[in-house]
Design a protein around this ligand. Structure first.
Ligand SMILES: Cc1cc2nc3c(=O)[nH]c(=O)nc-3n(C[C@H](O)[C@H](O)[C@H](O)COP(=O)(O)OP(=O)(O)OC[C@H]3O[C@@H](n4cnc5c(N)ncnc54)[C@H](O)[C@@H]3O)c2cc1C
Length: 453
């Protein structure tokens, strides 16, 4: 028998999209409310007219352990747009480079000492420290939540060259915070998840990337699923409050004064937008306080169009020592096969961009070009065709020391109201996988509710 209940999903980011897709595919009546004029939240393509080419709001990488994200991609039919390269490049100034293997035994070799100047002794020390680190990820010391990642690295004796060549960069990528303030617990938890999934899938976790823009990967095909299942998408629908009476959800009040009737709600907005929405929920003060304490970390992404190639040797390259200016260079030619008749496109990422975010676009592009000229001597004469800077002051919630255990679960005290979004509790850090995994958990809770006659 058809379920007559109305399921409302608030927020059209990845968490909301996945929840709406899975509820619709389970035969539910779904309405998706999104406050913006577009879907995708923090993952979407952008139009840059000058070069007629759609880059993304920020380059996104995908770990092979993103099981729920792959489930979402399979649900909408875009799983084929993710590739996992054999290797990436670690690059130093003056063009020096080392290969970072991302698969198999090569990856294990990389983990135990990728620095080209590391002596045999330093490599041996790095191997011992890496084993110790792996052990402590699975058997975590009780004080890990009180340590920064740097303090943890020092404690386990990770050699300076191993940190420089790999670990500091990896930790920054995992939590988008510099190792001096990042919580060691975040890296340990993600690595534990990676090890666990590696054992489950019988292959080590590796890093991949989309071979297309994020709209094609996440949104366009979801819209087809919505059309097929009659999901109503309301754009520019700003939810203000989830109405609850007698322990049940009754509707969602919007900023325009109207109310959307609801029997069940997935609230999939980020921690920065939660205030007010949960006022009717008995535990709202606790949830708002946690959302507030989780705070934010900034990421700056530059889509840099150059008149010539940089001379990369892999799809993505880590710039060692580039923290605060550029952490990673993504070569969109290699990744998507885009044509270069107008320009070469490189996506540059700066995580934990606390200083850079306050600079002007011109300052950011000039500083980054200067750095690129030092790291890629072949491109010394390169000219900028277009520099497109995307500032995300609230790119993700922050994962500094003291934020452990703040992330709320998806279940609330009202069974027909569930939470989702990357900031809710999952076994990943602030990632797309976390967003989609939270949606899977939220949908499971709603689908487990007793049916109505
Ligand atoms: C530059 C950048 C790079 C990143 N790189 C990576 C990466 O490499 N790998 C990775 O895994 N992750 C990465 N992330 C993180 C990833 O993008 C996010 O974790 C994920 O997209 C969050 O999805 P979400 O659905 O939880 O939230 P969001 O995408 O923020 O979606 C929430 C939606 O809710 C809407 N909304 C908010 N309030 C309301 C309201 N009151 N009413 C209606 N709608 C509302 C918003 O408009 C938004 O569309 C990156 C993020 C950024 C910004």
């Amino acid at each position: 028998m058809n379920d007559p209940r109305q399921y409302v999903v608030i927020g059209g980011g990845l968490a909301g999209l996945a929840a709406a897709v899975w509820l619709a595919q389970a035969g539910k009546n779904v309405t998706l409310l999104e406050r913006r004029g577009r879907l995708g939240g923090r993952t979407h393509a952008m139009k840059v007219d000058v070069v007629d080419d759609p880059p993304d709001n920020g380059q996104h990488v995908i770990a092979s352990g993103y099981d729920h994200l792959f489930r979402y991609l399979t649900s909408i039919g875009t799983r084929q747009y993710v590739a996992f390269p054999e290797r990436a490049t670690l690059r130093w100034p003056d063009g020096r480079s080392a290969t970072m293997s991302t698969k198999g035994f090569g990856a294990l070799r990389t983990l135990s000492g990728a620095h080209p100047d590391a002596s045999l002794l330093e490599r041996a020390r790095a191997t011992v420290a890496t084993l110790r680190l792996g052990w402590q990820c699975l058997h975590q010391p009780a004080d890990l939540p009180d340590l920064t990642t740097e303090q943890w690295f020092n404690r386990i004796g990770m050699p300076a060259k191993a940190r420089e060549a790999l670990w500091d960069w990896l930790a920054l990528g995992v939590a988008a915070e510099p190792v001096q303030q990042e919580s060691a617990k975040v890296l340990a938890d993600v690595m534990a998840t990676g090890i666990r999934l590696g054992i489950k899938h019988r292959r080590p976790a590796t890093i991949g990337y989309p071979t297309t823009d994020l709209d094609t990967l996440f949104i366009t095909s979801a819209l087809k699923v919505f059309a097929r299942h009659g999901v109503e998408v309301k754009h520019r629908a700003v939810a203000r409050r989830i109405n609850i009476a007698d322990g049940r959800v009754t509707g969602v009040a919007l900023a325009d004064g109207t109310t959307v009737p609801a029997d069940a709600v997935v609230c999939a907005v980020p921690n920065s937008n939660i205030n007010g929405l949960l006022d009717d929920l008995p535990e709202h003060a606790e949830l708002y306080a946690a959302a507030d304490k989780l705070g934010y970390t900034p990421i700056v992404s530059t889509n840099l169009y150059l008149d010539r190639p940089l001379g990369t040797t892999a799809e993505f390259e880590a710039l060692i020592g580039g923290t605060g200016v550029i952490d990673e260079v993504f070569d969109r030619q290699r990744m998507t096969g885009r044509p270069t008749d107008q320009a070469w496109l490189y996506c540059l990422t700066t995580s934990g961009a606390y200083e850079q975010i306050h600079k002007t676009n011109e300052e950011i592009v000039a500083e980054q070009l200067d750095l690129l000229r030092r790291y890629y001597p072949a491109a010394k004469e390169a000219k900028v065709v277009q520099g497109h800077v995307v500032r995300m002051p609230k790119a993700t919630f922050s994962q500094v020391v003291g934020t452990h255990a703040l992330r709320p679960g998806q279940r609330t005290s009202v069974p027909t109201l569930v939470l989702a979004g990357d900031w809710t509790a999952t076994d990943w850090s602030a990632t797309m996988e976390s967003a989609v995994q939270s949606a899977a958990k939220a949908v499971d809770l709603l689908l487990a509710l007793p049916s109505v006659r």
